[in-house]
Design a protein around this ligand. Structure first.
Ligand code: PMM
Length: 299
């Protein structure tokens, strides 16, 4: 049963799956989209050398993981042929992993996940939670790496039509737990699963904010939780409520860092962000804050 107690009773740092860095605070995953069309950085790192340089820069800035993706998942995006996704992502994974950077692979395709793990990736990040490719569960189970299961209802080009909920927090949590059941039945070790509410995937801004404000409900399902809020539309929407219009995605890093701090304080084990430095500082503040809160106040 899902425990919906208040966030105050949820302990801040649940167990991380083996194979991930353990800095003793919320992890920061730097985003590296090797795509021509991702919504905020599409085209910037489409060239492999530039992508590798950016990945190395994020690692120097303190990224605990660099998340390499070769297919855009922005709303409305068209799928890319498997060969193109492999050719974009795998050489970048290999180069970064070879340089000692912990790398995750952002893919919905088992073949890409398999090739990326062979090339050195230590985590598979699947925004479809295993729904897009029936071979994914067995592939990740055989690879023995941690797996991010994201809440997803439909491919990018159709997802807007599926953004209807009565109780978004309850439905997303229940649908994720259905995925966990199916994935573990297919052989995946539950100890390797990380859940992700899938902000912006078949969700409107209000849904995203509800999910963040009730992160403790998802956490109470007993799995570590990753939050991918960086520069997304719901952040722009909240900013436009308190300033003149929504700033462009590239102008949303300070607001993203604020969300990173709140997510870390609410117990997220990882935030996935474009600007590593600001979110690293933010999660360090959350660690100091929650750490001090667990001590007795001075007399
Ligand atoms: N969002 C995007 C891509 N990959 N992975 C996870 N686990 N969670 C997310 O929310 C997520 C993701 C889309 O954002 P981008 O185009 O900025 O990468």
């Amino acid at each position: 049963m899902i425990d919906t107690e208040s966030p105050a009773v949820v302990r801040p740092f649940p167990a991380l799956p083996d194979g991930l860095p353990r800095p003793g605070r919320c992890l920061v995953m730097g985003i590296l989209n090797v795509t021509p069309d991702s919504f905020s950085d599409g085209g910037r790192y489409g060239d492999a050398d530039r992508a590798v340089r950016h990945g190395l820069r994020m690692a120097e800035e303190g990224a605990d993981l660099v998340d390499v993706g070769g297919e855009s998942t922005r709303p409305g995006a068209e799928p890319v042929p498997l060969g193109a996704e492999l050719a974009r992502a795998v050489p970048v994974v290999r180069a970064l992993a070879g340089a000692g950077v912990p790398v995750s692979i952002d893919t919905m395709h088992a073949e890409v996940a398999h090739a990326a793990v062979e090339a050195g990736a230590c985590l598979v990040n699947d925004v479809s939670g295993g729904l897009a490719d029936p071979a994914m569960a067995a592939t990740v189970a055989a690879a023995g790496v941690p797996y991010v299961v994201t809440h997803w209802r439909a491919p990018s080009r159709e997802m807007a039509r599926h953004a209807a909920y009565g109780d978004v927090v309850g439905e997303v949590t229940a649908e994720l737990l259905d995925r966990v059941e199916a994935l573990t039945a297919a052989g995946l070790d539950p100890g390797r699963i990380v859940l992700d509410p899938g902000l912006g995937f078949a969700k409107r801004a209000g849904h995203d904010w509800q999910l963040l404000a009730h992160l403790h409900t998802l956490r109470s399902a007993g799995f570590p939780v990753l939050v991918g809020a960086s520069r997304k539309r719901f952040i722009g929407a909240a900013l436009s409520d308190c300033s003149d219009g929504a700033p462009a995605p590239g102008e949303r890093d300070a607001a993203t860092a604020a969300v990173s701090a709140l997510a870390a304080a609410a117990g997220a084990v990882c935030v996935r962000v474009h600007d590593v430095r600001s979110s690293l500082h933010a999660v360090c503040m959350a660690a100091a804050w929650t750490g001090a809160g667990s001590l007795s106040p001075p007399p």
